[in-house]
Ligand binder design. Structure first.
Ligand code: UDX
Length: 443
């Protein structure tokens, strides 16, 4: 099947590569020439495990190509995936859908064969219906139809999530559109992947509701962490205990510094803003609380770090391990780790940041922090280590060897990632968010 993927950012590039891997003939289109040149040369513009290997592999088959020419991308394609970004609007919580609008207009302007336009971007509910009307009024009304097929991929697991999704959602308005989507995903459906056919609005809702639920689950356990800290209870044990209840489940109950990244924070805000427009603000008021709990965890981390260096950051040296919003990613958008690092820097600390992959992106966002090539270098002579992103390499640091690296053996574990007893046994004073402080035995 001839497939056109509009937008080769994170979502689009991964989708294009995976569609070609599944056997389709794919063209990836973007207006960004540097991005297209890199992808065509087999180089990934971002860090994502397995991505570059699969890109190289499918480029060699000849089934995948990239272009900045819209006519070349659109002409002859049977399916056009819309994978462009929907960032938060400046000065508002609402989503900016101008790139989605532009993508659909481009497809309508160049279509020369019958095709299905399939939205994958996360959009305000009702956008698909509007775009469907716009296509019907365009020059390509007789050729194009709209469907919505939301994407649930996680950064760091994007290839796995695309090739082995938990479910496929087909928001359609005709049997022909449903059939086309079945053909696109035939190999996944044959393998038994659950798939649901819905109307356009329900398909849009599935995405925003899923992200809202995940964000709520994280903020729920972080709200419990706030209470645990007051009564000397242990939120890690609490999460484990709750998780045994199959109705609750263990996943996404890791208390810590909360959620960040390019999706959850902006998506829950955009969903609330959309609910307001629809006259349903009350239905999503709780998402505002979810957001507030999330932001409070960052403030708490800064408060605890300040107390751990004696109540004043000025003149203190603090290592922050991790800059990406989560491990196995180089994405620093709304990164809790970087936010905490920047806040301590503002309070006068010399903040030394390390991350295995995200230093270049972090530097571009917060150029005034000190960036180090190794975790050991970041921790040299510091008064405190803040573990802010749970990369494997930080979880396997040897606390015995690291004692001689730092000035003061103090660790703030904001992700509940290290073996606290082991570190304390090695002479460290450890504070874990939602678990409180633990000091080494005297003597
Ligand atoms: C998310 C959704 O999971 C995905 O389905 C959607 O398509 C896009 O948004 P992603 O942003 O890649 O994916 O990351 P995710 O793994 O969901 O983590 C989001 C944030 O929550 C990270 O900052 C992570 O550190 C944090 N998190 C996650 C927690 O704080 N606790 C948890 O238990 C789980």
């Amino acid at each position: 099947m001839r497939i056109n993927v509009v937008g080769t950012g994170y979502l689009g590039a991964v989708h294009a590569v995976c569609m070609a891997h599944l056997g389709h003939e794919v063209c990836g289109y973007d207006t960004d020439e540097a991005k297209i040149a890199a992808l065509a040369a087999g180089e990934s513009p971002f860090y994502e495990p397995e991505f570059e290997e699969l890109l190289t592999e499918v480029l060699e088959t000849g089934r995948l190509r990239f272009t900045t020419d819209p006519a070349e991308a659109v002409s002859g394609a049977a399916v056009h995936f819309v994978c462009v970004g929907t960032p938060q609007q400046a000065g508002s919580n609402a989503a900016d859908v101008r790139y989605v609008d532009a993508a659909v207009s481009t497809i309508a302007a160049h279509a020369d064969t019958p095709g299905l336009v399939v939205g994958k971007s996360t959009v305000p509910v009702g956008t698909a219906q509007r775009l469907s009307g716009e296509l019907a009024a365009s020059r390509a009304a007789e050729l194009l139809e709209l469907a919505w097929n939301p994407e649930f991929l996680r950064e760091g697991k994007a290839i796995q999530d695309t090739l082995h999704p938990d479910r496929l959602i087909f928001g359609v308005t005709s049997e022909a559109a449903e059939k086309t989507l079945h053909q696109v995903y035939a190999r996944l459906i044959e393998r038994g992947t659950p798939h649901l056919t819905t109307d356009l609005a329900t398909a849009e809702m599935v995405k925003v509701a899923a992200n809202s639920f995940l964000a709520t689950k994280i903020s729920f356990i972080n709200a419990m962490a706030e209470v645990c800290e007051l009564v000397n209870a242990d939120v890690v044990t609490l999460g484990r205990a709750l998780g045994y209840d199959e109705r609750i489940g263990r996943k996404f109950l890791n208390a810590g510094l909360g959620f960040g990244g390019g999706c959850l924070p902006k998506d829950i805000r955009a969903f609330s803003a959309r609910a307001g427009e629809l006259g349903a603000s009350d239905s999503l008021t709780f998402l505002h609380e979810v957001d507030k709990i999330n932001v409070r965890r960052r403030e708490k981390a800064v408060q605890v770090a300040t107390a751990m260096v004696g109540g004043d950051c000025l003149g203190k040296s603090i290592a922050v391990l991790g800059a990406a919003f989560k491990p196995n990613s180089d994405d620093v958008r709304d990164s809790p780790a970087l936010n905490v690092a920047a806040a301590m820097h503002l309070k006068g600390a010399d903040v030394r940041v390390h991350d295995p992959r995200a230093i270049a992106n972090a530097k571009a966002m917060f150029p005034t922090l000190t960036y180090c090539d190794t975790a050991e270098d970041a921790c040299r002579n510091v008064d405190l280590i803040v573990l802010a992103t749970e990369w494997d390499e930080y979880c396997s640091i040897d606390p015995v060897a690291f004692r001689s690296v730092v000035r003061q053996p103090r660790l703030l574990d904001t992700r509940n990632a290290i073996d606290r007893d082991y570190w304390v046994g090695a002479g460290w004073y450890v504070y874990a968010l939602g678990r409180g402080a633990m000091a080494p035995a005297e003597g």
